[in-house]
Write a protein that binds this ligand. Sequence first.
Ligand SMILES: *Cc1c(COP(=O)(O)O)cnc(C)c1O
Length: 391
Amino acid sequence: MTVPFPALLPTYNRTPLRFARGEGSWLIEENGTRYLDLTSGIAVNALGHAHPALIETLTEQAQALWHVSNLYQIPAQEKLAEALVAETFADTAFFTNSGTEAAELALKMVRKYWYEKGADRPTILSFEGAFHGRSTGAIAAAGSEKMTKGFGPLMPGFKLLPWGDHDALRAALDETVAAVMIEPIQGEGGIRPVPDQCLKGLRDLCDQTGALLVLDEVQCGMGRTGRLFAHEWAGITPDIMMVAKGIGGGFPLGAVLATAAAASAMTLGTHGSTYGGNPLGCAIGAKVLEIVTADGFLDEVNRKSAFLRQKLEGLVASHPDILEEVRGAGLLMGLKCRVTNTDLVRAAQEAHLLTVPAADNVIRLLPPLTISEDEIAEAVDRLDRAAKTLS
Ligand SMILES: *Cc1c(COP(=O)(O)O)cnc(C)c1O
């Protein structure tokens, strides 16, 4: 007898939990069991589950108009673009439905920029441990064997550099380089921040050589680090930035933001998307942005971040056999483990706390930006219990 192939393409090793509802920082199973959610759908549900203002916006827009295509003018899209331009370095925005699509456009924008300049600059520098999505371009950019094996021939033109190696970067970044693509804090790579000084240095090197700086803020953007975008901490700006995840608060939405100069080659007909920038997604995106940029919201995120960090430092101190260090910024935190990270994720889950593993033997803590201090304290108590079961 042959085993039937699963109806769902089996590319995920899923945890056997089936959630029926979400409320703020909590996910609730069909049988009513509540889990404290420090995954936020992998940094997506920035305002938690079932945020009343987002439900209202979604419901209102759903009753008016979902989709018309980019054949027509879309006021909600224009409004969101104008708001993002007002809040960031960018002069212009293009909307996608995911981070991967944002990566693809960022790469196309870079190539077309140098093509129009008539310059032969074939190389895009990227970094070990990076994650930019799962398209053929994005896996070529990240370069890991795990993601690329068997999918060749890969898109050419990427040069992968070791993480944190200034000499290698300086040697590679010359006038043949079209762009440098980097996450200000590597998410999947294990919550590995680029120190502010290094991001400044990278900006300088790009300025000296003319290479475009492309920041991937898909995971670390939209308030996650306590500033609207993570690069703001370093006081620099990119030429192009990829955004997604938190920007839609749970609705599939992504964007490429760019300066006018970097975007100058993207003329009529050079790019498009059927769904990108649809009225529903953009109405929700505008509401998320309005809430995250409202007076005091990010101050609260920073306050909660300091509280969480202090608690996590205590946790590491009391479990030196299980935990090595706290990493990250804002509410994008990582715990480097001495035990296998997935064992800690499993133990936390048994304490009804949800976390996400990352590379470099790290577990990620990505609570909704709206999490309360009580919930943070509860989460760290549950982590403490989980760590005890592994001692
Ligand atoms: C998740 C992620 C992506 C890909 O986004 P998708 O929406 O899954 O396509 C790209 N870059 C980074 C840094 C990410 O975390």
